[in-house]
Every structure is written in structure tokens, then in C-alpha cells.
Design a protein around this ligand. Structure first.
Ligand code: MN
Length: 228
């Protein structure tokens, strides 16, 4: 720990399919209401308004296959999302070049304390308490672009205990992956290690301890996360 006054925090590293090396995480940006049917179910207009983002913390990502039910809530919702991992970044990235910065894609969940998020929304306060809690972003292994290409269409599906709850298609995103990267890069400096959660299709709902959440996106396989 030379040069630091306390032990530096660990770099969060995610597993990569077909590799022993891990992907180091810097920041996580999450887009809100990026599928029209989900915007409607949350009580909003599905029209294409400017996108908005919130952040989770790098160490909210979790690959253990278990999601511990968090404290101070009785309404935790599942949101299946495709995660986009960047290998480079910059500012004012053009839409046409945006995909050049993508390292890979992964299955992920934006787990949400919906009751707490709702209270914050009502008071016009930030969403962190509803969104950025411990292990709030279960994530699968990263599939490299070199192996799976770029994913802009394909089934997105989440089952709970074998029953389909969320269903959609990547081509239903209101803001496509290159557009999200370009937009974010106008407001922030993007960099290698940045992760974007690309929004969830309709059908979000509560989970209970013991539930098995089964995620699948065409091209990324499937994974199961158990609520404990
Ligand atoms: Mn979300």
C-alpha cells in the first residue's frame, strides 16, 4: 500500500467468457425508461424525450449468482437489462463511431427498491437509495464483441420460478446503444471500464426470498440469480 494513507479499495473485476483475465470496472451509468412499454407501465409518456441517466457504483456489480434481499424495503423489483462494457471512451463521441468503444455485452439486473425510489421521486430527490445499494446489479460473464458481435436485436426475457415476467426485444430500445454512448460522452468523459445498463422492457415486478430469476438475451445465453 505504498503511497496511500489507508489500504486502497479493490478494483472491481468481472469475468469474461473464454478468458481468465477480468474486466476492470470504473463507472456504471444506467438509463431510465428506455423501452416504451416500460415507460407506460411506470406511468410515463413513451414519446422520445431526451434520455436520462442515474449511476450505480462499480462494487454494486455482483457475479455470485445470489441476490441478498436488501434492508429497509418490502418492494424490490427485477429489471433485466443488457450491460454494455466500454474498452475506451472520450468526449463528444459521434454516433457513427460509438460502437468502436464497446468491449462486450453481458446479462444484468438493475435491482430496485421500488418503494424507496417512489418516495424519492415524489419528493424530487435523487434515486441512490432505491438503486445503488449493495449487490444491486447482478451481472453475468462479459461476452466480447470479438465473439458475439454487436447486439441490436434479439429476445430479452426474465422468468421467475419458470414463469415469464418480462419480455421484449433489444430492437425496442428508444435510445440505441450508440446513441446512449454519444449522449453520455457529451456530458461526461467516458473511459475504459465504464459500464452502461441499457434499460429494461415491460413487466417489472417484485421478488421474494427463494425466487429464482432466470435471465436470457439472444446472443448472451442465460443465467439464474437466486434471491436469498
Ligand atoms: Mn433500469
Amino acid at each position: 500500500m505504498s503511497g496511500f494513507v489507508i489500504q486502497p479499495p479493490e478494483v472491481v473485476g468481472l469475468s469474461v467468457a473464454g478468458s481468465d483475465a477480468r474486466y476492470p470496472v470504473r463507472r456504471i451509468y444506467c438509463i431510465g425508461r428506455n423501452y416504451a412499454a416500460h415507460a407506460v407501465e411506470m406511468g410515463h409518456d413513451p414519446d422520445r424525450e431526451p434520455p436520462f441517466f442515474f449511476q450505480k457504483n462499480a462494487n454494486n456489480l455482483d457475479q455470485s449468482g445470489e441476490f441478498p434481499y436488501p434492508p429497509h424495503t418490502s418492494d424490490v423489483h427485477h429489471e433485466i437489462e443488457m450491460a454494455v462494457m466500454l474498452k475506451s471512451g472520450g468526449t463528444n463521441i459521434h454516433v457513427a463511431q460509438a460502437l468502436d468503444h464497446v468491449f462486450g455485452y453481458a446479462l444484468s439486473l438493475d435491482m430496485t427498491r421500488r418503494d424507496l425510489q417512489g418516495e424519492q421521486k415524489k419528493m424530487g430527490r435523487p434515486w441512490e437509495i432505491g438503486k445503488a445499494f449493495e449487490r444491486s446489479a447482478p451481472v453475468g460473464p462479459i461476452h466480447r464483441v470479438a465473439d458475439v458481435g454487436h447486439l441490436d436485436k434479439g429476445r430479452v426475457e426474465l422468468k421467475i420460478n419458470g414463469e415469464v415476467r418480462q419480455q421484449g426485444d433489444l430492437d425496442q430500445m428508444i435510445w440505441k446503444v450508440p446513441e446512449m454512448i454519444a449522449y453520455l460522452s457529451e456530458y461526461f468523459e467516458l473511459a475504459a471500464g465504464d459500464v452502461i445498463l441499457s434499460g429494461t422492457p415491460a413487466g417489472v415486478g417484485p421478488v421474494s426470498r427463494g425466487d429464482a430469476m432466470e435471465l436470457a438475451i439472444d446472443g448472451l445465453g442465460s443465467m439464474t440469480v437466486r434471491v436469498v
